[in-house]
Design a protein around this ligand. Sequence first.
Ligand code: NAP
Length: 536
Amino acid sequence: MRQLKEMSLTVSNTPGSKLAAAPAALRLRVGKLCIAVQGTDQKELFSRATSALNDSIFIEFRLDSLAKPAAALPDLKAFLARHREVTAIATCRRKAFGGNFTGSLSSEIEILEKAATLGCHIVDLEVESAEQATRPQLARFRATLRAAGTALLISSHDFSRTRRPDGLIQTAQRIVAFEPEFVKVVSTARSLSDNLSVLRMVEDQSLNSHMVGIAMGEEGLISRVLSPRAGAVFTFASAAEGAETAPGQVSARTLLDVYRLEQLDQATRIYGVAGNPIAHSLSPLMHVTAFRRENLNAVMLPLKARSVDDLLTVIRELPLVGVAVTMPLKQEVLPHLANMDPLTAKIGACNTLRTGADGKLYGFNTDVAGVVRPLERRMKLKGARILVLGAGGAARAAVFGLVEQGAEVYVVNRTHEKAVALARKAKAHVLKQNALAKQHFDAIVNTTPCGMTGIKQQLPINEDELNASLVFDMVYTPIETPLLQLARARGLTVVSGVEMFVQQGARQFEIWTGKPAPENEMLRVVELELRRRAQS
Ligand code: NAP
């Protein structure tokens, strides 16, 4: 370690090559993923740092998260002595610039100097602090870092917005003026398109600087995953879910396992799942499992899209190869499609987009297959009597899809008029709730959210109305819903919403890749994740 630090010092002293060459040796130690750790106390900070080592040996110590950052320095020294493989960034960001440190600029600089002397490889100073520091103060700071063989990273954080690329480049240039070894520009994404500005800035500035560029916030996820592909030297992740040091940060495990950070390259095909909310979508995990299984260089990112225009801009300019569309965009995307399959047009909802070689968008509805396939595996649909509970978006896919298969479909809904309208459009029948007890069906399909975790609502059907051989609940959180429990207790065949979710995803995979989907693997990973979430 000492040797590498000395080498980097030697290179950084080479005249005229400060920016391009300085971290060349250090870069041998700098991986793509830096895990930022903070703690309410030292014990937590170092325990998180220790567990972070399972995912990366490049760690940022957010000393400013501690009430007394200076008091942690001896333990930091001991940690680095114990883990010589670790590359460490020390940060002690002041409150005025988005950190927690309440001390003065001089105290911040003093802490960073000590961190450098005790073995940290990089220290992070905010550009505002660099600008506030006096020339002699800065010169002394740089000399101390140089003597310790420590690189300087100067950062800028905008917690309110992302400027256009030229505005971000201006910020980067403010930093470059100090000739640090690393330039870090962080903004806040308010739209998906903000990621494009950050990626453009990274692409532009990384030609001359060792850049880090990220947009914070849920909308900024694209930049966290793709900035290394645009030329950034590394990106940040949290040590674990719930231990984020910045808004929108994802855990190192997620970045590595689900967003495939280490495998991403220029040839990686990028897919998205778009909607709002989207953070808890299981689609990225399900699809990456299929991509991996089929040896495809592809990834799927969650896209928190507040408008169709924003989504379309990112699809066009990133570009995205395909997108799974969820609420509330399933109808809104329709006018932007060059073409769509007949069922999509009939239902008036699209959940799958594919970008053609001509750059145009083609729309499909795989929710229909999600309902039809699990049922046709268990019964003959032609002539079957099927009751659909609900008349919302999911019900439309069920009713149109099952009618198309020749089933005799009955719709019942809390708001009766909606059931009437849907039944009329789809050539189905309508029933009133109070008629259910006297009816018998081959299958009952619940398309209401009743029974979903967090929704305390009565089931849309009573026990004495469960007159069917099979009950299919579209709800899949929990996997075993109250309705399925009831049906199982009565000895009925049950179909879980997980199966529908996987089936609609499997068809998406086939549309996008032309390969048969590894359905069993997809189902296994989704069930496993749902169980994990239920326990956490
Ligand atoms: P939606 O468009 O909002 O429709 C909800 C439907 O449920 C409406 O017909 C509504 O009746 C009815 N409803 C809501 N609360 C009710 C209650 N307390 N009692 C009786 N009826 C009630 O929602 P959606 O997009 O169709 O989604 C519905 C459910 O399906 C969600 O839980 C969703 O997660 C699930 N889903 C699952 C999959 C899958 O892959 N497994 C796919 C899509 C959807 P009103 O008309 O009276 O409001």
